[in-house]
Design a protein around this ligand. Structure first.
Ligand code: BEZ
Length: 332
């Protein structure tokens, strides 16, 4: 009789424990615009695994890539209302809400993704995250990166003048719009998922993108030239809903932001390799890949700088930090 009672007690305790653990467990929904095969989605998967382990199962993450939850603008709204918990979004989307982030797109601010990593983990970029809760209703937990930007054209391009009047797809945000405007191109704002079809059906003559997209979205199949210009960095930012953040304990905030930042930051060294590999793939596919630098764009980069120093005064500090990073990197 006594034995039977203790079995019942054990079962009862196990049930209560299991129930309270599942009641406290939280599945975080995380959205991305990039496809499942993209390095940002792989970073989200690694983060999810790490977070589950480090929280002993308290936090799991369900990942929604390829814009399944809508455009980045829509995901940002969902973060604000609390309908979405987390997102890895292009910093471009944030720039639409908080224009000072446009400063990161200064042409040739840095020379490569490793330098971008140093700048994005530097004092100015870190401090800029403090403004996000009030400006956009989200908390920024860290930056990562994609490859440096290149230009793909379905016509032969040998000079910046060749871009004049051509319809070039751009990510919809002001810094890149201003750049193509200064180049005299007919810039065509378009989200990533629409790009392949637009190029295939002649809606655009060229695309501002990176080598990973040129390869993975098969854009190279429609290319005559890829101008390997590396003209801008293209950061990703990890965001948590401000509403969710307000409900989290200090230790859970630290855990989630620490794990997210670690996996976003791992993208910087990864992209040095990805960029080289994708460039090789595109060349091997027979596309004319032409290396060009700042001189290719003539006065346009300086004109952009004048415009954006006015729009985003923080650019002055970022340029000073970037100059120091470039000096450290320069061959002795
Ligand atoms: C783009 O709009 O070109 C883009 C979006 C997400 C990741 C990389 C590039």
């Amino acid at each position: 009789m006594k034995f039977k009672k203790s079995i019942i007690e054990v079962l009862l305790v196990s049930f209560v424990l299991a129930f309270s653990a599942s009641a406290a467990a939280k599945d975080l929904r995380l959205g991305l615009i990039v496809p499942n095969s993209h390095a940002w989605t792989a970073a989200a998967r690694s983060m999810a695994k790490d977070l589950k382990e480090q929280s002993d199962g308290k936090y799991t993450v369900s990942i929604y890539p390829s814009g399944q939850l809508g455009s980045e603008a829509r995901m940002l709204q969902q973060l604000q209302t609390g309908a979405l918990d987390m997102a890895f979004l292009t910093l471009a989307e944030i720039t639409n809400r908080a224009p000072e982030f446009g400063a990161f797109y200064e042409p040739y601010l840095v020379e490569n993704v490793e330098q971008a990593g140093e700048l994005l983990n530097g004092p100015t970029a870190t401090k800029m995250l403090d403004n996000l809760p009030s400006e956009a209703g989200v908390v920024g937990v860290g930056y990562g990166i994609a490859s440096m930007r290149v230009m793909l054209t379905n016509f032969r391009a040998t000079s910046a003048e060749d871009l004049s009047g051509r319809k070039i797809r751009i990510t919809p945000f002001p810094p890149v719009r201003d750049f193509y405007n200064l180049l005299g191109a007919a810039f065509t704002p378009m989200p990533l998922p629409d790009v392949y079809d637009a190029l295939a059906n002649g809606q655009v003559d060229g695309v501002d993108a990176d080598m990973e997209l040129v390869w993975k979205l098969k854009l190279y199949q429609r290319a005559q030239t890829v101008l390997n210009s590396n003209h801008m960095m293209f950061p990703v930012i990890g965001l948590v809903s401000g509403r969710l953040w307000a409900q989290l304990s200090e230790s859970d905030r630290k855990l989630i932001s620490g794990v997210a930042k670690k996996h976003l930051n791992a993208l910087f060294p990864k992209y040095t390799k990805i960029q080289a590999e994708m460039t090789r793939n595109v060349k091997n596919a027979g596309v004319d890949v032409v290396d060009v630098g700042p001189d290719f764009f003539g006065d346009v980069t300086d004109e952009w700088d004048v415009q954006w120093t006015r729009k985003a005064p923080v650019l002055k500090d970022l340029k000073a930090e970037a100059a120091a990073i470039k000096r450290e990197d320069a061959p002795q």
